[in-house]
Ligand binder design. Structure first.
Ligand SMILES: NC(=O)c1ccc[n+]([C@@H]2O[C@H](COP(=O)([O-])OP(=O)(O)OC[C@H]3O[C@@H](n4cnc5c(N)ncnc54)[C@H](O)[C@@H]3O)[C@@H](O)[C@H]2O)c1
Length: 430
């Protein structure tokens, strides 16, 4: 039995490795030849995924995982296919299906009778049945539900700790029909194992959500809830600042009450997930007001951080050099999708300042490829904004930012004593 995993990115590769490490033969597909070559050489193409390097080497050396750019050929040898090609949103917040449509057409060309196709990419509700099912049927000439089977199963892991999250969270599946669900339950039960969790209402394992739509909606509910929660924390933090209150202990104390689960505020919500999926949710529930408001609040935070330095008037920064600390959207993850670094740089530039960027995960050349000007700790600057909660920023001292008079800590991570005499302003502290 061969499993084909389409897209060997930060999610697809660990998943392919997990499946292969159960002894299953896995063909991993990616359109990026460099990724395929690195995987076949047993080298992880991106840093930061706990346990991936060793586990990848091991499954490659045992011949259990092989990577290729030839999707249809790989699919033709597989009894099940898992697709984790990203869907992004365009500037008007519409989901952009180009990459996953291309992958779907390639999968369809190789589809054989009896095959199970699982989508794991986060999708707007209804996409599996209304978009992918007809594409798969028309390109393959096969009938879904009798010739092949189709299921949606959201990826719910956090990059950096994927292998432990795969065990920790129930694997949700929702088939196009009962037979598809049954086959997906049997596939995932064979390739995943689960932690015992007394806190769940049913045993941890593969959970059937009853339909592909319910499984799609679950992922959007989880992520939209987080975006709304962060927006609420940001509003609390802004009010706390006005009142001269530190929001940190307020949240900590509120969370000691059983029904409060308030996140800490942050100046930017980034990555493929939290800023994007509320927009997917809104694409079918167009009148929902809370997801829309939360997007507005969270997207306003980078501007607010810049204004907190020298005000918001035109030319308020007047040639000042502002160091943005962190390009990645979060600690330890080499990913800048929807990172707050971009709106921060834009607003610094709008106000006449010069934005330079530091990130321990990126070289100056890599930052230049992203359109950013690199900055090294120890270089002169006039002010700084902490964008990412990289662990090393907890150790920042005044000698790292010579000439700086103020640092805005948008992640509540720096140590003000180490930074003295630089004035430290923390999001949510008045
Ligand atoms: N990264 C996360 O933390 C996370 C968490 C949960 C769920 N997800 C879901 O997983 C999806 C993938 O995320 P990721 O972080 O792995 O993305 P990624 O950007 O790390 O990797 C995407 C990979 O897809 C490949 N690709 C693009 N088009 C392709 C095609 N037509 N055929 C084959 N390969 C193709 C790219 O070359 C790239 O290697 C997301 O869209 C999201 O729905 C991500």
């Amino acid at each position: 039995m061969t499993t084909c995993v389409v897209a060997l990115g930060k999610i697809g590769l660990p998943l392919a490795v997990q499946i292969a490490s159960t002894g299953e033969h896995v063909l991993g597909v990616d359109i990026n030849q460099k990724v395929v070559d690195l995987v076949n050489a047993g080298i992880e193409p991106f840093p930061g995924e706990e346990g991936l390097s060793e586990r990848l080497k091991s499954v490659i050396s045992e011949g259990l995982l092989e990577a290729t750019t030839e999707t249809s050929k790989a699919v033709s040898k597989a009894s099940q296919v898992v697709i984790v090609v990203p869907v992004i949103v365009d500037e008007e917040a519409n989901p952009d299906f180009k990459a996953i449509d291309a992958a779907t057409n390639d999968v369809a060309k190789g589809l054989t009778k009896g095959c199970l196709v699982n989508y794991e990419t986060t999708l707007p509700i209804g996409t599996t049945r209304q978009r992918f099912l007809p594409m798969l049927e028309s390109e393959s000439g096969l009938v879904c539900g009798s010739d092949f089977f189709l299921c949606y199963s959201p990826e719910r892991v956090y990059s950096g700790r994927i292998f432990s999250d795969l065990k920790r969270y129930p694997k949700l599946v929702g088939g196009i029909d009962n037979e598809s669900s049954k086959r997906a339950i049997s596939f995932y039960s064979a390739v995943l194992d689960f932690d015992e969790r007394d806190d769940l209402e049913r045993p941890n394992g593969v959970w059937d959500l009853g339909s592909s739509e319910a499984a799609e909606m679950t992922k959007l509910v989880e992520t939209t809830y987080r975006n709304v929660n962060i927006a609420l924390a940001n509003e609390f933090a802004m009010h706390a600042e006005e009142l001269g209150i530190d929001i940190g202990p307020v949240i900590e104390a509120s969370n000691s009450q059983p029904f409060s689960h308030i996140h800490y505020p942050g100046i930017a919500v980034g990555g493929h997930c939290i800023p994007v999926y509320p927009k997917f949710y809104l694409s079918t529930d167009i009148e929902a007001s809370l997801p829309s408001s939360s997007i507005l609040v969270n997207e306003s935070m980078p501007k607010r951080a810049v204004h907190s330095l020298y005000g918001s008037e035109d030319n308020a920064l007047d040639g000042k050099k502002i160091a943005i600390l962190g390009a990645a959207y979060r600690n330890g993850v080499k990913e800048t999708a929807f990172s707050g670094v971009f709106p921060l740089v834009e607003e610094v530039t709008n106000l006449g300042g010069v934005a330079v960027v530091h990130d321990p995960l990126y070289t100056n050349d890599e930052l230049a490829e992203l359109g950013l000007i690199g900055f090294q700790l120890g270089e002169q600057c006039d002010a700084a904004i902490v964008q990412t909660d990289h662990t090393i920023y907890a150790e920042l001292s005044s000698s790292d930012l010579p000439g700086a008079e103020i640092i805005f800590d948008g992640r509540r991570i720096v140590d003000a004593e180490k930074l003295f005499p630089i004035r430290v302003q923390v999001l949510g502290i008045g």
